[in-house]
Design a protein around this ligand. Sequence first.
Ligand code: ZN
Length: 297
Amino acid sequence: MRLREVPALSRSEHDRSAHRRTDEGWLAEAWQRARVLVIAEEGTTAVTDTGTGPRLAYRSPDAEGPAGLRLFLGERDGTPYFATLPGSGGATLPGAVPGGERWLGLPAVAADLDDFDAGLLVTATALAGWHARHPRCARCGAVTEVIHAGWTRRCPDDGSEHWPRTDPAVIMLVHDGADNCVLGRGKSWPEGRYSILAGFVEPGESLEGAVAREVAEEVGLRVTDIAYLGSQPWPFPASLMLGFIARVDGDPTLRVSGDELAEARWFSRAEIRAGAVRLAPSVSIAFRIITDWLDAG
Ligand SMILES: [Zn+2]
């Protein structure tokens, strides 16, 4: 069982070329002919739309001379791609951008970008977010230096190396083997907005263990037939969403924990199709999992 469509943020067409990250000579030469994504402090980038949908507005390295941190994203057809973070290097973003460009964040444009642009922007957003949130050594607190073209930070005091974080989170549709599934409403969500259950994987835990624990904690159900569906990076700030489906085992009575959910209940396919709930946006893996399940019944 797999998702029928690749989730919007899981698309990617560039070669990450990880072996280049430590090749200073190559990186310096590649920068001269690179295409560059400028990522602003708040995570936005310049997007242009010439009528065929949004495209990332790549710069040439000397166009604006951003002095900030350089991140090597990868290559395609011999062309190197970098991101720069002007805010991190003391430089400021140019106040005006060429006509027709807008500064937008990943959530606003991801679904409409082509596979190549989507993959680069997800990677750049995830890396930029890590640098913004982890400037210091986790051991001693010293400000770390950036090495390996943005893929490692090293502590100048104790020499420890630190890598970008990806935090696994499980997200699961629980069904009854027939026509009903469990949807919950988060405490901060508006009335009518529901989604499937989700939670972070804990240290020492398997993915299946996390699915079973989260379902038990949030709605008091036991589940079986846990099956993996697919994954999607979700760099807000650093999650990797791992999608599952599971069937309730035994008593289907929901006992909702007030810790995370305002409410949860069983919904039939007919209710969801009839618009009884407002689902998560189509860019989310939750939307893909729910619509696949709807179409399977
Ligand atoms: Zn240190």
